[in-house]
Design a protein around this ligand. Structure first.
Ligand code: APR
Ligand code: PHB
Length: 389
């Protein structure tokens, strides 16, 4: 079997890349370890930068998103001294679109099916070969049979635990990592969201977030110890704790209900340098992870896809390999800015176990400045809606 670009991983990054390349006339094969049902069951953030929405259009997968996505022109920040709104439109002219990753992945799968693209789900034993030669290939097992996929290039879109990053020789890559001493306990419920826009809350009891997926589907999070298990958090206990972390005026409005899903996610900042090796290019979580504060994970993956698809287009259409050669440095310059914002927002809003009284005063001073200072708000808003790069 032969293709131009072998894509390892059928998460949002791999699917988006395959569809954009398809529309540019570039042939791809997607290899995914899991079943579709499993990929679709993963609940992740659903805040899309405007440039992400443009990519979904380029992938021919934007119809439902354009109809059902909710445009947000601001977000709220609650803290012990009050609550304030950051007005994205007034400060930057931009906005974000609220659209869940489950829906988005489904739209990309549908688009792939409609265009007849080749995807192998449930494949195992994916291995990359000869990536530093001009004839790389991938081997894998599907339906009980061994396969070999020859290609011009490999896109490693296989997430944090996939084999692609490991295929870069260990002495030729550097991994930068920071873990945080808490997790996020998330709960999905079929209840109307407590507010029209997101509320990020810093409280003496820890961080909380009020988010949404639709008019009757809410997503809430609270910071919790990493040692906790979702079983430790019956719904009642979750709602009680959430209310205690929100301003009274918000807590009074909160409509609770039975949880549809509940899970705990650790928080991590991670970057692998470089993001390419020979004919292998890493995209999305395979190369970098951000903590969820600010919802940048999916958007960072999409920006990689944009840069890489443009680089492939220059190569195939114009015979110009410059952008491919520089993919890693272009992507990393952007990624470190995204890392900084996600790290900063995480530090601003969470309680840390070892935090001193001074550290808490510094958080408060930053929040108080953000509450009143339009320059500080503009920097926040520019990062939140997505930096022009
Ligand atoms: N072989 C084939 N596929 C694999 C392998 C493997 N050995 N290992 C992992 N995969 C698949 C996973 O099953 C998953 O479907 O790669 C896919 C990677 O998807 P994500 O982890 O979602 O990563 P990515 O597509 O980069 O998504 C970027 O979306 O899901 C969020 O947290 C994620 O915010 C990030 C963004
Ligand atoms: C979510 O809706 O799941 C969400 C929203 C904003 C974040 C993180 C997660 O910063």
């Amino acid at each position: 079997m032969r293709t131009q670009v072998a894509i390892i991983g059928g998460g949002p990054a791999g699917l988006l890349l395959s569809q954009i390349l398809h529309h540019q006339g570039i042939d791809t094969v997607v290899l995914e370890r899991r079943s579709r049902a499993y990929v679709l069951s993963r609940i992740r953030a659903g805040v899309l930068e405007a440039s992400f929405a443009d990519l979904m259009r380029a992938a021919g997968a934007s119809e439902r998103m354009d109809g059902k996505g909710i445009v947000h022109e601001g977000a709220n920040i609650a803290h012990p001294d009050g609550m304030f709104r950051i007005d994205f439109r007034a400060l930057t002219g931009g906005n974000v679109v609220i659209y869940g990753q489950t829906e988005l992945t489904l739209d990309l799968y549908d688009a792939r099916d409609a265009t007849g693209g080749t995807t192998f789900d449930n494949c195992s034993g994916v291995e990359l070969h000869d990536i530093d030669s001009t004839a790389p290939y991938v081997t894998f097992c599907h339906g009980g049979q061994d396969h070999r996929l020859d290609c011009d290039f490999i896109a490693g879109c296989d997430g944090f635990h996939g084999p692609s990053r490991q295929a870069i020789p260990e002495d030729r890559r550097t991994e930068f990592e920071k873990t945080y001493p808490f997790g996020w306990l998330g709960l999905l419920s079929e209840t109307p969201p407590v507010a029209d826009e997101l509320i990020y809350a810093s409280s003496a009891r820890g961080f909380a977030l009020c988010s949404m997926r639709g008019p009757n589907l809410s997503r809430y999070y609270i910071q919790c110890p990493l040692s906790d298990d979702p079983e430790d958090w019956p719904d009642d206990k979750f709602w009680r704790e959430l209310r205690r972390r929100l301003p009274d005026t918000v807590a009074e409005q909160l409509i609770s209900g039975v949880s549809v899903e509940k899970s705990i996610a650790p928080l991590r900042s991670f970057v692998c340098e470089p993001m390419q090796w020979g004919r292998l290019y890493l995209c999305g979580d395979a190369a970098h992870i951000v903590p969820p504060t600010g919802a940048k994970g999916l958007n960072a993956a999409a920006s990689d896809v944009r840069d890489l698809s443009q680089a492939f287009l220059s190569h195939y259409r114009d015979g110009d390999g410059h952008a491919l050669e520089h993919y890693s440095s272009t992507a990393l310059a952007r990624i470190w800015k995204t890392q900084r914002f996600s790290w900063w927002m995480t530090n601003l809003l969470h309680r840390f176990p070892e935090q001193s009284g001074f550290d808490q005063k510094m958080q408060q001073a930053q929040l108080n400045q953000l509450a009143v200072n339009s320059s500080a708000q503009r920097v926040f808003a520019e990062n939140y809606v997505g930096l022009a790069l």
